[in-house]
Design a protein. Structure first.
Length: 161
């Protein structure tokens, strides 16, 4: 027995969710292809970016929260990145056990390589698409994300995590 949404908004949101799932899979596949020869995967690239583009060094839990990923998944990837010499852990003055994650020079170099490739790739992906349509889609996705996350985004207020 299928239970279907009844309102037009709910039906449209269901369609959007299904397309986001499909897009996510395609993005992961494309990302893996784009950076595999420089020793990255989409997941590693994503975490490197999350670390690099933070306004301050963050512990794994914060990186995970900023990216909407589980702490355990990010911790596993950070461990892999550390073994590969792409990140290092430094003491956190706010919490003895929650080390801060920073990119090494090699991590910065590989992220720069990936970012250069992504810039060329995204130009082709966006070609012939209306910038306003793209912005509207991003706005709806952001609103849905914010609604789903709700108070989760407030959890990081405790500086000990």
């Amino acid at each position: 027995m299928k239970i279907k949404p009844t309102s037009d908004s709910a039906k449209s949101m269901t369609g959007l969710i299904l397309e986001v799932f499909r897009l996510n899979g395609a993005l992961l596949e494309a990302g893996d292809s784009l950076v595999s020869d420089i020793g990255l995967t989409s997941a590693r690239w994503q975490v490197l970016g999350g670390i690099a583009y933070s306004d301050e060094p963050r512990p794994v839990a914060w990186v995970a929260q900023d990216m909407g990923l589980s702490r355990q998944a990010v911790q596993r990837i950070v461990n892999d990145l550390k073994k590969a010499g792409l990140v290092e852990l430094q003491p956190n003055p706010r919490h003895a056990r929650a080390k801060l994650v920073l990119l090494t020079k090699e991590g910065q170099r590989r992220l720069a390589q990936a970012s250069e490739r992504q810039a060329k790739w995204v130009e082709e992906l966006a070609k012939d698409l209306d910038p306003e349509d793209i912005a509207n889609a991003a706005s709806v996705i952001t609103a849905a994300s914010n609604r789903l996350l709700g108070e989760k985004s407030i959890r990081r207020q405790d500086p000990k995590t």
